[in-house]
Write a protein that binds this ligand. Sequence first.
Ligand SMILES: Cc1ncc(C[n+]2csc(CCOP(=O)(O)OP(=O)(O)O)c2C)c(N)n1
Ligand SMILES: [Mg+2]
Length: 325
Amino acid sequence: MPLSLNLSPDKQREMLRQMLTIRRFEERASADYLAGKIYGVVHCYIGEEAVAVGVCSALEKSDRIISTHRGHGHSIAKGADLKRMMAELYGRRTGYCKGKGGSMHIADFGIGMLGANGIVAGGIAIVTGAGLAAQMEGKGGVAVAFFGDGASNAGPFHECLNIAASWKLPMLYVCENNLYAAQTAAAATHALSDIASRAAAYGIPGLVVDGNDIVAVYQAASRAVDRARSGAGPSLIECKTYRWRAHTERRNQPDPREKEEIEAWKKRDPILALERRLKEEGGLDEGERSTMEREVLAALEEAVAFAERSPFPLPEEAGEDVFSA
Ligand SMILES: Cc1ncc(C[n+]2csc(CCOP(=O)(O)OP(=O)(O)O)c2C)c(N)n1
Ligand SMILES: [Mg+2]
């Protein structure tokens, strides 16, 4: 039985294209940030692409997700527009947040992307509200929280899992365990080998998945989505993965991780893994792969050109779109 059970070659090629888009988008964002063209802070998701794409491939457009400070991958996987994303990173008026938010403030309610979020664990509470909304709407919608291993130590994670389990909210809690929270190793902040085991405390299923295997992520997410849609309640999925780059793209960013560890994870590249599998199963040839690369790079060039020719917001617009309770 092929590992890609339930996944047509077309769907797998689309997943590959999305992962490649995330990687090339961030390679460009990193280079442009270091060249001084992008402002604020940029956190790259490179190495973790299979999580966002695997989970979002199991969702409908109307399902809602929330992201983290490391949000480009989730945005692209949910279908965000590359031009408006790049314009936001470039601080331009045509960006998702009119150029006033930057990398950590990309949201597109039209595609169910409720936003990136600079407050670690903050998004978990917001999207649990979206899960409650989906339940009240009664249309079978699902809500997904993406968050890191660090966020799973914070209060909102525990409070939200508790209430979502009690109310059987149609939710997926997807922990991206990349083994570090900024510069701190996960092992220094909790005593568990698997964060997924925390699910037992709330009476919901907890699954551990190889977060670099997109088919495994997709299949686990699909089962959890089916469960949520059927009214059986939330699941916690822990995806074991790794970020290839430092915590942020700042120059001289401290990175305490051993080179050998980084290199070992790079050998488990989620993009190459899917590419190899597809080729073995006859779902991709060299020509198609080259075309895909060219098309992804062309779309990115277009996005950068759009950003570069867009105007900056005006100083007098600084107070617009600012809300307070
Ligand atoms: C409430 C809060 N505390 C601290 C920070 C600073 N901070 C930004 S990212 C980060 C680490 C988050 O780690 P994790 O949740 O594992 O996500 P990862 O960066 O590994 O994707 C911290 C502590 C913050 N942004 N918000
Ligand atoms: Mg982490």
